[in-house]
Design a protein around this ligand. Structure first.
Ligand code: GLN
Length: 259
C-alpha cells in the first residue's frame, strides 16, 4: 500500500514536471514569436549633434535623425530602439551587427563605403569653422599652424588631419567636448558640421561661425554590407517619406529657414 502511494506520488510528480517543462517550452517559443512579430530595429547614434540627435530634458534622444528613423520604422512595421555611442564606434557596430543601422548626421564618403553601405541621402551638411568672436582666424585660409579641435573620426577630423597635419588637430569624443575646449582656450577653432555649429554657438557666448565654408557633404544612414534586404526596405521607405514631404517637415521643425 505504502509502495503504491509512493508510486502515485512519483507519477504525479513526473506529470507535473513534464507539464512544467511543456509550459516552459511554450513560453519560450511564444516569447520568441512575439519578438519576431514586433521586429525591433536598433539605430546607433551619437546624441551630441543637435539638431540631428541630442538628449532632451527628459533624457530622450530626439532630433531630425531620430524622427526620420521613427518614420521609416513606422512605415516598415518595425519598433525603433536608439543606442547612444561614440561617433567613431558607429561603423564598427554596424559591421559587427550590434546595431542594425547608424544614423548620426553621417557623411557618405568613399572610405566609409568600403566598410558599410549607405542609404540614399536625406540631408546635406557643411563643414564650418567655429572661432571665438575676437579670433585672429578670419577665413578657412587662416587655419594653418592653428590648434584645431574636431570630433574624433568625423569628416572634419579627416579633412583637417589631411590638410593641416595631425600635430595641429586635437580630437575630442564629441562636439560638446570640442567646443568646451575652444571656450577654455585649449584650441583656436573647431571644425564641425554647420547645424550643430549653430546650436553650439547659440548655447555658448563669445563664439561665431566663419562665413567661409570648408566642405559640403551628404548625410545618409549606414547599413551592414551583409543586410541588403534592410538597405532596400530602408531606401523604399525613405523615398516615399521624401516624396510625401515628411522628411522636409521633420527638417523644417528643427531647422528654421532663417537660422
Ligand atoms: N558629418 C560628420 C561625419 O560624418 C560628423 C557627424 C557627427 O559628428 N555626428 O563625419
Amino acid at each position: 500500500m505504502r509502495r503504491s502511494i509512493a508510486l502515485v506520488v512519483v507519477l504525479v510528480l513526473c506529470v507535473a514536471l513534464l507539464a512544467g517543462c511543456n509550459t516552459g517550452k511554450e513560453e519560450t517559443t511564444s516569447t520568441t514569436d512575439s519578438k519576431a512579430a514586433t521586429k525591433t530595429l536598433v539605430m546607433g547614434t551619437n546624441a551630441t549633434f543637435p539638431p540631428y540627435e541630442y538628449v532632451d530634458d527628459n533624457g530622450t534622444i530626439i532630433g531630425i535623425d531620430a524622427e526620420i528613423a521613427k518614420a521609416v520604422c513606422d512605415k516598415l512595421g518595425y519598433e525603433l530602439q536608439i543606442k547612444d555611442m561614440e561617433f567613431d564606434s558607429l561603423i564598427p557596430a554596424v559591421q559587427a551587427g550590434s546595431i542594425d543601422f547608424a544614423m548620426a548626421g553621417m557623411t557618405v564618403t568613399d572610405e566609409r563605403k568600403e566598410s558599410v553601405d549607405f542609404t540614399d541621402s536625406y540631408a546635406t551638411g557643411v563643414q564650418v569653422v567655429i572661432v571665438k568672436e575676437d579670433s585672429a582666424i578670419k577665413t578657412v585660409d587662416d587655419l594653418k599652424d592653428k590648434k584645431i579641435g574636431v570630433q574624433s573620426g568625423t569628416t572634419g577630423d579627416i579633412y583637417c588631419t589631411d590638410d593641416y597635419g595631425q600635430e595641429n588637430v586635437n580630437q575630442y569624443a564629441n562636439g560638446a567636448l570640442a567646443v568646451a575646449a575652444l571656450v577654455n582656450g585649449q584650441v583656436d577653432c573647431v571644425v564641425i558640421d554647420n547645424e550643430p555649429a549653430k546650436a553650439y554657438v547659440a548655447a555658448n557666448t563669445g563664439l561665431k561661425i566663419l562665413e567661409t565654408e570648408y566642405v559640403t557633404e551628404d548625410y545618409a544612414a549606414a547599413i551592414s554590407k551583409d543586410n541588403n534586404a534592410l538597405l532596400t526596405e530602408f531606401n523604399g521607405a525613405l523615398k516615399e517619406l521624401i516624396a510625401d514631404g515628411t522628411v522636409k517637415t521633420i527638417v523644417d521643425k528643427y531647422i528654421k529657414a532663417d537660422a
